[in-house]
Design a protein around this ligand. Structure first.
Ligand code: FAD
Ligand code: UDP
Length: 404
């Protein structure tokens, strides 16, 4: 990977590149690697921030603890193709994510499961309610809270009300500023009630772990290819525009491909209105102790203004005595042009319609491809973005084959 800095972008002939990837997160980097390697294309990756890896970026903090700068990132997937591709650039340390919810001071497993039920209702009553759940839904099954709430049996209603009120309501109000009934059910469906004993957050994942040397090292290797040039600290909008169905670079039509992983509304100056997002303020704190909490993440579902506390040593397995770093997440509405990061698309029908209006403007632009969590306005996990980027690379590589 050739690394150029902000000043040197002016020294580059942008039109000499076959591909410009906007953003050095999974979306931009996966496509860059495949087009550089399999397509022999000269690829320029332009990144606004002063580092690669997008929101998966990790680094050592002042205390020497490896932190995830944009929130806890746990790699998990059932997608063999994604796993095989990413595993070219890292080995994995085994890690299984477990989360506890602080419910009125008692720590209970989330997803809410057999053990949580007994902690919430007492050993005997919890077991009775569990048997009722098993008789109704079966054992070792996942039931989204919005489905459980539709139950009519008084015992099941009691469980549903408890979980709704103590696990979902306040946390969701903090995270989204809306109740679980008001948001897209797929969002709370990510953390279904589990009728069984498994207490893992991602029980379905075939592969789960932490990149052995961290995420940033994974990206360094992915972008390390002779055909890839990376420029940091540059807003692609300073030279890139889509106008009248054409891609312009420095004001002239661009003959190559543009792979764009930023927000689509930004590209058009938000002239149809700003796409709504949720953002987070992340407060990091380093403490003089070996360990702060029993698991990597504790969700505060009935108290506090923050949603969760993550302790990074518990996530990465890093060993360091007498010091640990934790991070609290304070959700907030995203305000455009305020320096905040747009972290979560808010998936309402109106917002999706607004997104589609922006998307329609680029749909027929042959050499412009939006990809990734921002550009597709999706609630993608890392593996979902990789899958989308791998598919885009397939299409771009096939397209080149047909044209040749
Ligand atoms: P990003 O990582 O956002 O990368 C896009 C890049 O484009 C950014 O670096 C941005 O600076 C750059 N960019 C934007 N506009 C421009 C421009 N105009 N010019 C130049 N550069 C530009 N996923 C999991 O699988 N497991 C998890 O545990 C997990 N935890 C998460 C926790 C939080 C708090 C958040 C917010 C996300 C989490 N994710 C998790 C999701 C994961 O971060 C994303 O799926 C993934 O990083 C998205 O990759 P991307 O390339 O689409 O976007
Ligand atoms: N959620 C909740 N309580 C919890 C965990 C999750 O209410 O203890 C809801 C909340 O609405 C959240 C959604 O489920 O936004 C998805 O949770 P997840 O942990 O997948 O969110 P992420 O890690 O992507 O922020």
């Amino acid at each position: 990977m050739a690394l150029a800095c902000e000043r040197s972008i002016h020294a580059l002939d942008l039109h000499s590149f076959d591909v410009i990837c906007v953003g050095a997160g999974y979306a931009g980097s996966v496509v860059a690697r495949r087009l550089a390697e399999e397509g022999g294309r000269r690829v320029l990756v332009v990144e606004l921030r002063d580092h690669i890896a997008g929101n998966a970026y990790d680094c050592l903090d002042g205390a020497g603890i490896l932190i995830h700068a944009y929130g806890p990132h746990i790699y998990h997937t059932v997608n063999e193709r994604v796993h095989t591709f990413l595993s070219r650039f890292t080995e994995w340390d085994p890690y299984e994510h477990r989360v506890l919810a602080d419910i009125h001071g008692t720590l209970m497993p989330v997803p809410f499961n057999h053990a949580s039920l007994k902690l919430a209702f007492g050993e005997e009553e919890g077991e009775r309610l569990y048997r009722k759940l098993v008789a109704t839904f079966g054992e070792n099954v996942k039931v989204p809270i919005m489905e459980l709430r539709a139950a009519e049996d008084p015992d099941l209603c009691r469980v549903a009300d408890y979980v709704y009120e103590n696990v979902f309501l306040h946390y969701t109000m903090k995270q989204w500023g809306q109740t679980p009934d008001e948001i897209d059910p797929s969002v709370t469906g990510r953390v279904p009630v589990f009728i069984g004993d498994d207490d893992r957050y991602f029980p379905q994942a075939t592969w789960q772990g932490m990149p052995k040397d961290g995420y940033t090292a994974l990206f360094e290797r992915m972008l390390d290819h002779g055909n890839i040039t990376v420029v940091l600290g540059v807003d692609a909008r300073s030279f890139l525009a889509v106008e009248d169905g054409r891609v312009l670079v420095d004001g002239r039509p661009f003959a190559g491909e543009v792979v764009y992983s930023g927000p689509l509304d930004e590209l058009f100056g938000r002239d149809l209105g700003a796409l709504p997002y949720r953002s987070l303020r992340m407060d990091f704190e380093t403490l003089p102790m070996d360990r702060f909490q029993p698991v990597a993440t504790v969700n505060y579902t009935t108290s506090e203004d923050f949603t969760r506390i993550t302790e990074f040593k518990n996530l990465t397995g890093q060993v360091k005595e007498g010091v640990t770093t934790i991070m609290r997440e304070y959700p907030r509405a995203f305000v455009p042009d305020s320096g905040m990061d747009a972290y979560y698309a808010i998936l309402s029908p109106e917002n999706i319609a607004l997104y589609e209006s922006y998307r329609a403007r680029v749909e027929d632009v042959e050499n412009f491809s939006p990809v990734g969590r921002l550009a597709e306005y999706r609630y993608f996990d890392m593996d979902g973005v990789c899958a989308s980027a791998l598919e885009l690379a397939d299409r771009l590589l096939e397209g080149a084959g047909e044209g040749a």
